[in-house]
Design a protein around this ligand. Structure first.
Ligand code: NDP
Length: 251
């Protein structure tokens, strides 16, 4: 942990902390002195991560929960806020991605994406807001480049990420209308090397890359660095969105 960092003692709730981008954000924020609540389903992964962080001197708590179940999701946010003594920052990183065609795709996969990427994100955010300080906190939604353009095979996933962008902007406007200065940001990465891509490309990795992705893709730690940048900007500056793609990504 670095002494005197701008995240010293900040109380941070991270969903999707058991792997990929959420895990990298938890490690990066802990490295800057934040206290962390970790949410996801896989209990063992959360326990391993919290033990690592505690070993490095961080206050870390884990709350295993299926965020698509509304009551348990609300309870987990409230328990996390009590454990941390309030919340300053919420990172909504939990998400799933499937290539499920709009014309004839698997309806249950559509529902899974909608339930987690859109609905659970809204529930977590709504439940977290009362725990922010009066002068405002910060919400960061992990969106996607698919929230800016529609990739051919990912139309439904893309719809959920366009929704994340709409909710990010909609919430910002609602809060400002009430005089609440909580910052609301999103980050919209292209391909990032995480387990999500194994699922999205159904494990079809050829020659070191996923279907047609023959260039180096982003690392979760690089996304975490950008999220750190968003939350450590002066409180008078709100980074609304960051689009970041692998240099080799064509679309
Ligand atoms: P991972 O699959 O590595 O992480 C997804 C996280 O979401 C896991 O921690 C998983 O934990 C959690 N999660 C999934 N389902 C649930 C659930 N029902 N309840 C609670 N938690 C759940 O993928 P990424 O790190 O890549 O994904 C993080 C975010 O980044 C997602 O929103 C994704 O859409 C976005 N993104 C990813 C890109 C990429 O190329 N990887 C590109 C652009 C955006 P558990 O299974 O333990 O519940």
């Amino acid at each position: 942990m670095q002494n005197g960092s701008s995240l010293d003692g900040k109380r941070v709730l991270i969903t999707g902390a058991s792997s990929g981008i959420g895990n990298a954000i938890a490690r990066a924020f802990a490295g800057q002195g934040a206290d962390i609540a970790l949410l996801a389903r896989r209990e063992e992964r959360l326990r391993d991560l919290s033990e690592d962080l505690i070993g490095e001197g961080t206050k870390a708590f884990s709350f295993p929960v299926d965020l698509t179940e509304t009551g348990p999701a609300q309870d987990a946010v409230n328990l996390a806020a009590s454990a941390l003594g309030g919340l300053d920052i919420v990172i909504n990183a939990a998400g799933v991605a499937y290539q499920a065609n709009l014309s004839n795709g698997d309806i249950e996969k559509w529902r899974a994406m909608l339930d987690l990427n859109v609905f659970a994100l809204a529930v977590v955010t709504r439940e977290a807001l009362p725990h922010f300080p009066e002068h405002g906190g910060h919400i960061v939604n992990i969106s996607s480049m698919s929230g800016h353009r529609v990739p051919g095979k990912g139309g439904f996933y893309s719809a959920t990420k366009f929704a994340v962008r709409a909710m990010t902007e909609g919430l910002r406007q609602e809060l400002r209308a009430k005089g609440n200065l909580t910052r609301v940001s999103s980050i919209s990465p292209g391909f990032v090397e995480t387990e999500l891509l194994d699922v999205y490309f159904s494990g079809q990795k050829t020659g070191g890359g996923y279907g047609g992705v023959d260039y180096p893709i982003l690392q979760p730690e690089e996304v975490a660095e950008l999220v750190l940048h968003q939350v450590t900007m002066p409180e008078t500056a709100e980074v609304t969105d960051i689009l970041v793609r692998p240099t080799g990504q064509k679309t």
